[in-house]
Design a protein around this ligand. Structure first.
Ligand code: KG4
Ligand code: ZN
Length: 341
């Protein structure tokens, strides 16, 4: 089954064609990130305007790269949310138009379910359930225990900022550009992780939730207390210590979750923050009794349409024609809603 997918939940305009949820035939991503380097975050109207310009060329390029035309496509999938409303409207409108002109079925996909499916893309082996998944991006930080693609238990979420948001806001405090994750990773590459002490949030609580706002406040006060309040001379060490603190909190929750589920076979780390090298090293060394998977490429960590196509495929394979009622049915809902039903 070949699915053409569209993803426009934030500042990317992405289209991809994926066969059977795993084999990526094309994946095209146009981003307006560089326009927001100075502002420190996405300006929603500007992102949506760029997406209106890019959506048709990106769709054409996805077909061209895969050397396919409309006849070869079995279904269309599109991110139905959550995300920036103007941006989502561009993608979902394009999906409805293509669906109606080409007379294909449409699958509405929850953005997080896309990230959860990203470890299947171009994977040399088929991952095996039960899987414990940490999904950490600019919009969410979630922990899941999954027994298949549409069933599982939602274990915890962030109580305030998302992990990616902690990177983005921290970068802004450090005078680094947006997006903050790659900027902090680069600035802190050779820094000392123990140079500045940061708290380990919620460590002594029973919850599997996350909290990043205290780390951000702690960084703010650390910078305030520097001589001349200028982070530049200490940038390497500040970045390394702050990055380490975010990763340590993510791994602390992950380890706690694993201890509560002794049948877990694999541990997956997905979402934009899964691109982080320090986090990858920490997870690999901490979870060495499990099969640990990250998305196969960095482009599958951050927002892309291939993961939406994969999620669309798995929704169809586990829910049958129920997956084809666009944007309203439980097919498009996050796992927690599917589980409750
Ligand atoms: O999944 P994603 O592309 O979009 C959302 O769904 O939000 O994630 C974007 C987030 C941004 O906050 C960005 O700073 C973070 O992922 N990110 C990283 C890295 N690359 C992207 N965080 C840490 N280290 C990275 N290398
Ligand atoms: Zn995302």
């Amino acid at each position: 089954m070949k699915i053409l997918a569209i993803e426009t939940s934030c500042d990317e305009t992405a289209a991809a064609i994926v066969e059977d949820g795993t084999c990526v035939l094309s994946s095209v991503i146009a981003t307006s990130k560089h326009s927001f380097e100075a502002s420190g975050g996405v300006i929603p109207e500007e992102a949506a305007r760029k997406q209106v310009e890019c959506i048709v060329p990106v769709l054409n390029q996805a077909l061209k790269d895969a050397k396919l035309d409309r006849k070869n496509i079995d279904a269309i999938a599109a991110t139905r949310g959550p995300g920036l409303s103007g941006s989502l409207l561009v993608g979902t409108t394009a999906a409805r138009v293509v669906t109606s002109l080409w007379k294909k079925p449409l699958i509405g996909v929850h953005h997080t379910l896309g990230h959860l499916s990203s470890t299947w893309l171009d994977s040399p082996e088929t991952p095996e359930f039960p899987i414990l998944t940490l999904s950490a991006s600019g919009g969410h930080s979630d922990l899941w225990y999954r027994t298949n693609h549409t069933k599982g238990t939602f274990l915890g979420r962030t109580l305030d900022d998302a992990a990616g948001e902690a990177f983005d806001k921290g970068a802004s405090l450090l005078g680094l550009s947006y997006p903050g994750g790659p900027a902090i990773q680069k600035a802190g590459e050779s820094g000392n992780i123990d140079a500045f002490p940061f708290p380990l949030p919620l460590h002594d609580t029973d919850t599997l939730d996350f909290s990043f706002s205290g780390l951000k406040t702690s960084l703010k006060y650390t910078i305030r207390d520097l001589p001349k309040q200028d982070p530049a001379p200490m940038l390497e060490d500040l970045s390394a210590s702050y990055e380490h603190a975010i990763c340590r909190h993510l791994v602390d929750r992950l380890v706690k979750a694993i201890k509560r589920h002794d049948d877990v076979i694999e541990v997956h780390i997905v979402g934009g923050v899964s691109a982080n090298t320090r986090l990858r090293n920490m997870v690999n060394s901490t979870c060495n009794n499990y099969i640990v998977r990250f998305p196969q490429t960095i482009a599958y960590c951050t927002d892309n349409a291939a993961m939406i196509a994969a999620a669309g495929h798995f929704l169809f394979s586990e829910m049958g024609d129920d997956a084809f009622a666009p944007f309203q049915t439980k097919a498009s809902l996050p796992l927690s809603d599917v589980i409750q039903n």
